[in-house]
Design a protein around this ligand. Structure first.
Ligand code: ADP
Ligand code: MG
Length: 337
């Protein structure tokens, strides 16, 4: 169906009909001039992220449903990185004429899936026509008890540096998708992704780590600092160091990398640590805890301790098992390129 047939209001109605509200703090969702959110006694966390076609995503290998889901997930991840929970979300979307109603609905299906998984209410947004590509801008509202909000700025010397999951897989997935796209566009064979489900999935379907925030709460651990890994480990560790005014030591042989990531790196003749340190889009959580909590965090069973914080002025270095320390450099992940 052509969007022109039902118009902007028809489209909004289609996209937002029968949204069931899940949170007691959602007083009013879609349908008025503004959504209404009750604050209660918690801190309100607000974050926004914009995704541009051709810059942040490539529709030749990104299914629309995955795109919608990922757009929501990366926003939830920012709220989890504050040790809070996402509750409401607003979606501003710019759509060019080449999209059909069904395609936009697919994007929303993905967003709804993410919202259901994370208990988030879609409470509003904006819809406009775009002259060029697709734009999705999501704003998420979250909540956290005042004494549990975790900033980037709280890391202290001797704190342990912890990371959830594994790193570099999403970047290897992206490299594979890009390679197969180029082969295909050059008139070669159709994309060969078999056997690479894990890394492709990590890129196309990242999962925001709500489970880590749950586990930390259960174990009564409040990290001293936290950030989500969207631009690669190097850049995020340097953010923590800068904002906490401390240095860091990371042990190269402690960096968690999945078997499939190593396998793809070998196939592409590159060092998997490049993907872990300078790749992006892992959406794992990087956080610091006081040294005495070592055993408690180990007992969580899903977090690796990869290093520790040192005094300011001592810089940030990677320590290889043998050889000289390597100065940590922020390459900053350039999304999609
Ligand atoms: P306004 O003229 O006040 O901007 P709109 O017609 O744009 O109102 O929006 C009407 C309602 O639909 C509002 O509650 C708005 O938040 C919601 N809305 C508009 N576009 C979207 C969208 N893409 N996704 C979700 N909700 C939307
Ligand atoms: Mg509007």
């Amino acid at each position: 169906m052509n969007i022109g047939e039902i118009g902007e209001f028809g489209l909004i109605e289609k996209l937002t009909k029968d949204i069931a509200l899940k949170n007691p703090t959602t007083v009013k969702g879609v349908g008025d001039d503004a959504a209404v959110i009750a604050a209660h006694m918690e801190e309100t966390l607000v974050s926004t992220d914009m995704l541009l076609e051709g810059v942040h995503f490539d529709l030749t290998y990104t299914p629309l449903k995955h795109l919608g889901c990922k757009a929501a997930m990366v926003n939830f991840s920012d709220i989890y990185a504050m040790n809070g929970y996402p509750r409401q979300m607003l979606v501003a979307i710019g759509i060019s004429k080449r999209f059909t109603v069904e395609q936009v609905e697919e994007i929303y299906e993905g967003m709804r899936f993410a919202c259901d998984l994370h208990g988030v209410d879609l409470v509003g947004g904006d819809t406009t026509a775009s002259l060029t590509g697709l734009t999705i801008c999501i704003t998420v509202v979250g909540a956290c008890e005042p004494d549990k909000v975790v900033y980037r700025s709280g890391a202290k010397p001797a704190d342990l540096i912890c990371v959830s999951g594994n790193l570099g897989a999403a970047y290897m997935g992206l490299l594979l998708l890009e390679r197969e796209k180029q082969v295909f566009e050059a008139g070669g064979k159709s994309p060969q992704l078999e056997g690479h489900d894990y890394i492709v999935g990590r890129f196309l379907k990242p999962e925001a780590r709500k489970d880590i925030v749950d586990s930390l709460r259960e174990a009564e651990i409040v990290p001293t600092s936290m950030i989500d890994i969207s631009d690669g480990l190097s850049s995020e560790v340097l953010h923590l160091c800068k904002q906490s005014n401390v240095g860091a030591r990371l042990f190269l042989d402690k960096i968690p990398v999945a078997r499939d990531t190593n396998r793809m790196a070998e196939e592409l003749n590159m060092n998997p640590m490049t993907a872990a340190f300078n790749g992006g889009e892992d959406y794992e959580l990087l956080f610091t805890i006081p040294l005495p909590l070592h055993d408690k965090v180990k007992d969580l069973g899903k977090v690796d301790i990869i290093g520790h914080i040192v005094e300011p002025g001592q810089g940030a270095y990677i320590i290889p098992p043998d050889g000289e320390p390597i100065k940590l450099q922020a390459q900053g992940f350039v999304h999609g390129k």
